[in-house]
Design a protein around this ligand. Structure first.
Ligand SMILES: O=C(O)CCC(=O)C(=O)O
Ligand SMILES: [Fe+2]
Length: 349
């Protein structure tokens, strides 16, 4: 069975959602927090997002990316890195762990980073109640029902996200009251991001020779990420015991992949790990010359606090490893080189 022997633990979240006693809840919370401390990643089964909704989300995603380019371009990602919504065609977004250096020329840094393009396309969706990041929708006639479904899915995912956040923070030792006031209340759902991702088929050699990438190694920036992936495979997670070595995080039917982002790492003073991960060749392929790697679809849901929230060490009696940071400032710092400054979808790639 995929996942067997993997250092990424499989957690049955029904044991939290349907726990008969606070003691049982505590147990599962500790298991989850332990996975987040050791690996930063866990497979979550019985997570509470209904399977028919997940399947429908993938069906919509396929429909969206199957549209002709001119139609997808009716919902273009706005110019520059700071508003992250709408459609990005292959080559527009460049994922990396690189952070803009003060005083450096961002154009030169950007050119260097973009030598290897990410061969993927994406569509980003947020809540409708957040004017700083307005959604960019396709005209309803192009994909009738898409908008309504995606917003419903967004809020469904948030229900599970809140429970996961609750369990992780209580597993870390926070009282229920502290978990609510310090973490949950700062995550109203306003500022999450639902991302549809499509990695088109590509000759294996192009990925092997790093002529192009699917998604290079990076940590996620926010609090937690819930990832739904199709059966293709290709997600890899850095081995917690061997830096630089990446392990396959093979898809497990019905499971979502949970990972800790930079903010929970900072809040917990590095107790919780924000682990590097990437998307590359799927495992166990024949490797014949000219072989084409199949298309891959994935749907991450990034959970973040509200923009003005200050993130600082919550662990008592420990010297803070990171200075306090406002989430929106940190997001901008990480976003700066992901999209060419001032360039809009359609003028790149
Ligand atoms: O496509 C995937 O499986 C991973 C996506 C991811 O890591 C991201 O978008 O941050
Ligand atoms: Fe990621």
């Amino acid at each position: 069975m995929p996942g067997e022997g993997s250092p990424i633990p499989i957690i049955d979240f029904k044991r939290w959602l349907k726990a008969e006693s606070p003691k049982k809840k505590e147990q599962i919370a500790q298991e989850l927090a332990d996975a987040c401390c050791r690996v930063g990643f866990a497979y979550i089964i019985n997570h509470g997002v209904r399977d028919d909704l997940v399947q429908e989300a993938f069906a919509w995603s396929r429909k969206l990316f199957d549209l002709p380019m001119e139609e997808k371009m009716l919902a273009p990602h706005p110019p520059g890195p700071y508003i992250h919504r709408g459609y990005s065609q292959p080559g527009l977004e460049k994922v990396s762990q690189y952070v803009h250096k003060d005083g450096a020329d961002p154009n030169a840094e950007d050119e260097e980073l973009r030598r290897v393009q990410d061969y993927k396309e994406s569509y980003e969706i947020g809540s409708e109640d957040f004017p700083d990041q307005p959604n960019v929708w396709l005209p309803e006639t192009v994909l009738p029902g898409f908008r309504e479904f995606m917003l419903r899915f967004y809020w469904q995912c948030f229900e599970t996200a809140k429970e996961l956040l609750r369990a992780i923070t209580m597993g870390l030792g926070l009282s229920r009251e502290d978990a609510e006031s310090l973490i949950l209340r700062r995550h109203t759902g306003l500022n999450n991001q639902l991302r549809l991702l499509h990695y088109p088929p590509i000759p294996r050699e192009k990925l092997l020779s790093i002529e192009v990438a699917r998604m290079p190694a990076h940590s996620d920036w926010g609090s937690i990420t819930m990832l739904f992936q199709d059966e293709c495979g290709g997600l890899q997670v850095e081995d917690p015991n061997k830096p630089g070595i990446f392990l396959d995080a093979e898809p497990i039917e019905g499971a979502l992949v949970l990972n800790v982002g930079d903010l929970l790492m900072r809040w917990s003073n590095d107790t919780l790990k924000s682990t590097l991960h990437r998307v590359t060749l799927p495992p166990a392929q024949g490797g014949k010359a000219g072989e084409i790697t199949p298309a891959r679809y994935s749907i991450p849901y990034f959970v973040s606090p509200d923009p003005e929230v200050v993130v600082e060490c919550l662990i008592p009696d420990e010297p803070a490893k990171y200075p306090p940071v406002v989430w929106e400032d940190y997001r901008r710092l990480r976003a700066k080189l992901m999209y060419p400054e001032g360039e809009t979808a359609g003028t790149s790639g």
